[in-house]
Design a protein around this ligand. Structure first.
Ligand SMILES: C[C@H](CCC(=O)NCCS(=O)(=O)O)[C@H]1CC[C@H]2[C@@H]3CC[C@@H]4C[C@H](O)CC[C@]4(C)[C@H]3C[C@H](O)[C@]12C
Length: 324
């Protein structure tokens, strides 16, 4: 499972949790502007914005899970197993392979609107990167400092949805996730009043009872409702540290602890990492399952015209500040 979210204060923050039972081996990776990248079916493209995100690097190729570009556009891929159906190669549109989709959008689009214009010209095909890395079944959230959309490629075609909740998890498809929120419209951060019956003297015996009924389990529809509620009611100051801190609390509401989600006998899905990108400033913050201290990579501290990929191994292992 995975969850993605946007949080807006003075700047816009975009990030995700990556939940899985093992890591592919990922690195915080900067793809500089001039880095030569060939798209499988369409060759090179003209514009080449620098990109920063989490990627599994194979040889010299960055396979991004989530990333941002220097213009402030962010994009994340999340599992969409059983629903993602990619399209057949055809000459009518530009054929973009699923594994290069994030690169294709972030290399050339500065805004969600530009991404929408690109999406009209393309189709998403299932060509695998390599036979040892089979096609991943994904859907994507894309956001900038104003807007947020979801892209889902299904048996009936490529869908692009405006996403006013500004969150995404896994199944079911996005329109159903949004529909299911109707069930929770009575929830509130305020204390409830007794609508049950005026014949009974019911009392709010605890704080937090306004959101009683918000689902607490790890299923993707429950995480969707929980993170949407948390995000939509989130309050912080608009400083960088206040906003980043609040962002990690938002995704902390859907954190997966080892042991609570068994995927096969003895194998458990956990939140391998949580990311939070400042879209305005080009900074990638992250924590890992074993390291709660926030680490950061700032793209503007690197030479974005460098020749090669710039790669950082994620920091793991708890860093405990001992006060005595
Ligand atoms: C496993 C992750 C999703 C986690 C998730 O959502 N777990 C919920 C399970 S459940 O849906 O709730 O049951 C996804 C998210 C992004 C993916 C990579 C995208 C690039 C590349 C594409 C290639 O084609 C295949 C290899 C490749 C490195 C991919 C590996 C893997 O697939 C990644 C990491």
């Amino acid at each position: 499972m995975c969850t993605a979210a946007v949080y807006r204060t003075k700047d816009t923050y975009f990030g995700r949790t990556l939940d899985y039972e093992f890591s592919y081996g990922d690195e915080v990776t900067i793809t500089p502007r001039n880095y030569p990248l060939k798209f499988r079916h369409i060759g090179a493209i003209e514009k080449n914005y620098a990109i920063l995100g989490m990627a599994h690097v194979v040889g010299d190729y960055p396979l991004y899970y989530d990333a941002i570009n220097e213009k402030g556009l962010g994009m994340a891929g999340l599992n969409f197993v059983g629903n993602a159906v990619y399209q057949e190669l055809s000459n009518e549109k530009k054929n973009v392979a699923q594994y290069e989709f994030i690169l294709w959008i972030l290399r050339q689009c500065a805004t969600v609107q530009e991404a929408k214009d690109c999406l009209v010209q393309m189709q998403l095909v299932g060509t695998p990167f390599h036979e040892s890395l089979p096609t991943a079944q994904l859907h994507w959230m894309i956001a900038d400092t104003k807007d947020c959309i979801v892209v889902e490629c299904m048996a009936d075609g490529l869908h692009v949805y405006d996403n006013p909740a500004e969150v995404l998890t896994n199944n079911p498809p996005f329109p159903q996730q949004m529909f299911l929120l109707n069930q929770y419209m009575h929830l509130s951060p305020r204390q409830p009043e007794n609508h049950f019956s005026d014949k009974l003297d019911l009392q709010a015996y605890s704080r937090g009872m306004g959101a009683l009924g918000l689902p607490g389990d790890l299923s993707s529809s429950s995480r969707f409702a929980r993170v949407a509620f948390t995000r939509l009611h989130s309050i912080s100051d608009d400083s960088e540290s206040g906003s980043v801190s609040q962002f990690f609390h938002i995704l902390g509401s859907v954190d997966q602890q080892r042991g609570c989600c068994e995927v096969t006998e003895g194998k458990y899905e956990i939140t391998l990492y949580t990311s939070c990108c400042n879209l305005n400033r080009g900074i990638y913050y992250y924590t890992t399952y074993e390291n709660h201290r926030i680490s950061a990579v700032d793209m503007h501290k690197e030479n974005l015209d460098a020749a090669g990929l710039i790669r950082y191994t994620p920091v793991t292992g708890e860093q405990i500040y001992r006060q005595n």
